[in-house]
Ligand binder design. Structure first.
Ligand code: PLP
Length: 332
């Protein structure tokens, strides 16, 4: 198979390959082999899944001679933080459109967690309401028009970095994972799913390599049918643009039921799990994505949606989001 690096330029920004490590205690509790792909170790300030996507997205921005990148997300977006910190040393200006409860700029203060790092990176921050955010492509276009009027050449990165170019990062990660697994390919690889690019990349990569490993996404912020459409759209775009295999719904699984109280809301059961996993397994999960995904893994492992006997959980990072939940964590 041609590798993603044969298909598109990539900047080496992430610390890869990330370790594939056993989780002996959790494995014993579940009665099957659970490993963790430590994509929370792709860097320090750049850590998490987003930097794998940004390796290709920012390379494309450079190839197009962009002077500025624009992207969007929730106020505590890991993707926005990684974009701001990765683009600054490349000499790219960065504008982030961030969703806050009322769209007031004051809600971007006090800057904590990811927001603090957005500021350290020198990104321009714009707040919008959840209603306005629903039309995020228009918000990005509007910001781009303003920048163009000032002489800049903006490059737009979609929510979560989730398009065909960003997904190449996880096509590459799928090959990395299978190489590490050697003669014992996992029965399933499972990941928290928000905007779908990570799951799409994994599913495409596994299919391209002819692996029998099942790609499984745990939905953390949207319903499964919408996420399924998002994954299929990214895959269709990747097929068209890069000649990668198309996906149909049989090529991956989306599991619902683990959104908890909703996107960005973390209840006491999830915070208790976060605490227990840190103490028992030495992994620090994040409250928005990975703790919900691991909850799904614990309940579904070995079942039809998440087949054993050898499951890989991708830890997609998010540690900076933890600080925003300090009060709730103190309660558990
Ligand atoms: C820590 C973390 N895990 C998982 C995801 C989900 O990845 P994707 O948006 O590619 O579905 C994100 C981003 O949305 C994230 O920040």
């Amino acid at each position: 198979m041609r590798t993603p690096d044969d298909l598109a330029p990539r900047l080496a920004l992430a610390r890869t390959p990330t370790p594939l490590a056993p989780l002996p205690r959790l494995s014993a509790a579940l009665g099957l082999e659970l490993l963790v792909k430590r994509d929370d170790l792709t860097g320090s300030h750049l850590s998490g899944n987003k930097i794998r996507k940004l390796e290709y997205l920012l390379a494309e921005a450079r190839a197009r001679e962009a002077t500025h990148v624009i992207t969007c997300g929730g106020a505590q977006s890991n993707h926005c933080r990684a974009t701001a910190l990765a683009s600054a040393p490349l000499g790219l200006g960065c504008t982030l459109v961030l969703r806050t409860p009322t769209g007031a700029a004051a809600e971007l203060q006090p800057a904590r967690g990811n927001l603090l790092l957005d500021r350290v990176a020198g990104a321009e921050l714009r707040a919008c309401t959840p209603e306005e955010y629903r039309a995020w492509p228009e918000l990005l276009e509007r910001a781009a028009d303003e920048l163009r009027a000032g002489g800049a050449r903006p490059f737009l990165i979609p929510e979560g970095g989730s398009n065909a170019t960003g997904a190449l990062g996880y096509v590459r990660a799928a090959a990395e994972l299978l190489a590490q697994a050697g003669g014992a390919p996992p029965s399933a690889v499972v990941v928290a799913t928000g905007s779908g690019g990570t799951l799409a990349g994994l599913a495409i990569g596994l299919k391209a390599l002819g692996a029998r490993t099942r790609a499984v996404g745990i939905a953390v912020c949207d319903d499964a049918p919408r996420l399924r459409d998002a994954v299929l759209t990214i895959a269709a775009e990747a097929h068209e643009r890069y000649g990668l295999p198309t996906l149909d719904e049989r090529d991956f699984t989306l599991v619902e039921g683990y959104q908890g109280r909703g996107y960005g809301l973390c209840g006491p059961e999830e915070l208790t799990l976060l605490r227990d996993v840190a103490r028992r397994d030495g992994l620090v999960l994040d409250p928005v994505y990975t703790v919900k995904a691991l909850r799904g893994v614990i309940e579904q492992a070995g079942g039809a949606a998440l087949p054993g006997p050898r499951i890989v959980f991708v830890h997609t990072g998010g540690i900076f989001g933890l600080e925003a939940y300090a009060d709730a964590i103190a309660d558990v």
